[in-house]
Design a protein around this ligand. Structure first.
Ligand code: NAD
Ligand code: UDP
Length: 338
């Protein structure tokens, strides 16, 4: 298949590009590099041994998207492009609604006019909001708190309406839990701008000596050790999930589906710190600080639907997630020290 990856130069898109290319698909990346670096393209070429086609553009540029869909005879779109910082979305909600919601509408219009009707969308477990029960299945009510989460839910609603209006669409919204880790080559991984907000890249920068110590946001939650529990999933497993989703939409007559991509296992902040220390052979100094506003005690997936429908389940362990994060961080973080 000829597959367009919006946001394909980013963290999850670049890992998915590797998996798709290794399966023999033609991958075309479409990215405005607002949160990624062009050097990713060379690194992808090193990993796959193939030339990477990349269009430097914004998904809101409808005519460029249309030209790309037509020129490359695109069969399916994997839509990763979006802004994703929860805190920033409260400070600048318009940027999030414009980029994520308006950007997706523009992409969908371009796809419709070119009769490209297969779409895999990067949604998020954040659409569930505060869990009413655990593990979270797809029937769990949705009630996102941040503007970021609301953009993801609004896009899902738009996609559902679109599929109702025309049953020839094949749309999958994948609700990711907490993607971490990196490709085994150590050439690509998560490369956040500035001080990381998320736990794993923050731990990596402490392990590498760029940051002094980790602040653990609260140890008085109703969890086994009092620290927050999340469902960390290896980014390569997530990438495989996209391949499974593509196979599924090609072989089933469902116009729209949503699905969790998680492991089903909860891991606390302290557990992750301990595993990382072991895998990296580094001490991770930490202090307990106040809870972070908006954080929840625990969130993990019921991933059964993905297995029942697509035969997909995560394979990689938390130790592999820590080891691969460290291998990537210890090669890529040198530039911060220089
Ligand atoms: P990322 O920021 O690394 O990648 C997103 C890519 O999209 C970047 O390369 C960026 O330059 C590009 N982009 C952004 N806006 C664009 C636009 N208007 N036009 C063209 N390109 C644009 O993020 P990621 O972690 O790879 O996440 C990919 C998707 O998955 C996002 O939609 C994100 O919301 C979603 N998601 C991520 C996580 C996570 O923890 N990483 C969790 C759940 C969902
Ligand atoms: N966390 C932390 N210190 C940090 C970053 C995160 O203690 O510097 C905790 C956070 O409170 C949560 C868990 O780590 O319990 C995962 O946070 P992250 O931001 O990575 O994911 P999210 O909260 O969005 O699921």
């Amino acid at each position: 298949m000829n597959i367009l990856l919006t946001g394909g130069a980013g963290y999850i898109g670049s890992h998915t590009a590797v998996v798709l290319m290794q399966e023999g698909h033609e991958v075309i990346i479409f990215d405005n590099f607002s949160n990624s670096k062009r050097s990713v393209l060379n690194r992808l070429e090193k990993i796959t041994g193939k030339l990477i086609v990349c269009i430097d553009g914004d998904i809101r540029n409808r005519s460029l998207v249309k030209q790309t869909l037509q020129y490359y005879k695109i069969d399916a779109v994997l839509h990763f492009a979006g802004l994703k910082a929860v805190g920033e979305s409260s400070e600048d909600p318009l940027a999030y609604y414009d980029n994520n919601v308006a950007g997706t509408i523009s992409l969908l219009m371009a796809m419709k006019s070119c009769s490209v009707k297969i779409l895999i969308f990067s949604s998020s477990a954040t659409v569930y909001g505060v869990p009413h029960y655990l593990p979270i299945d797809e029937k769990h009510p949705t009630d996102p708190e941040s503007p970021y989460g609301k953009t993801k839910l609004q896009i899902e609603q738009i996609l559902s309406d679109l599929a109702k209006s025309d049953s020839s669409w094949r749309i999958f919204a994948l609700r990711y839990f907490n993607p971490v880790g990196a490709h085994e080559s150590g050439l690509i991984g998560e490369d956040p701008n500035g001080t990381p907000n998320n736990l794993m890249p923050y731990i990596s920068q402490v392990a590498y000596g760029i940051l002094d110590k980790l602040k653990i946001y609260g140890n008085d939650y109703d969890t086994p050790d009092g620290t927050g529990v999340r469902d960390y999933i290896h980014v390569m497993d997530l990438a495989e999930g996209h391949l499974a989703a593509l196979d599924y939409v090609g072989n089933h007559n469902e116009a729209f589906s949503v699905m969790n991509l998680g492991t089903g296992n909860g891991c606390s902040v302290l557990e992750l710190v301990n595993l990382y220390e072991y895998e990296a052979s580094k001490k991770i100094p930490y202090e307990i600080s106040a809870r972070r506003t908006g954080d929840i005690a625990a969130c993990y997936a019921n991933p059964e639907m993905a297995f029942l429908k697509m035969g997909w389940k995560s394979k990689k362990t938390l130790r592999e997630m820590c080891f691969d994060s460290w291998r990537w961080a210890s090669t890529s973080l040198q530039k911060h020290k220089d």
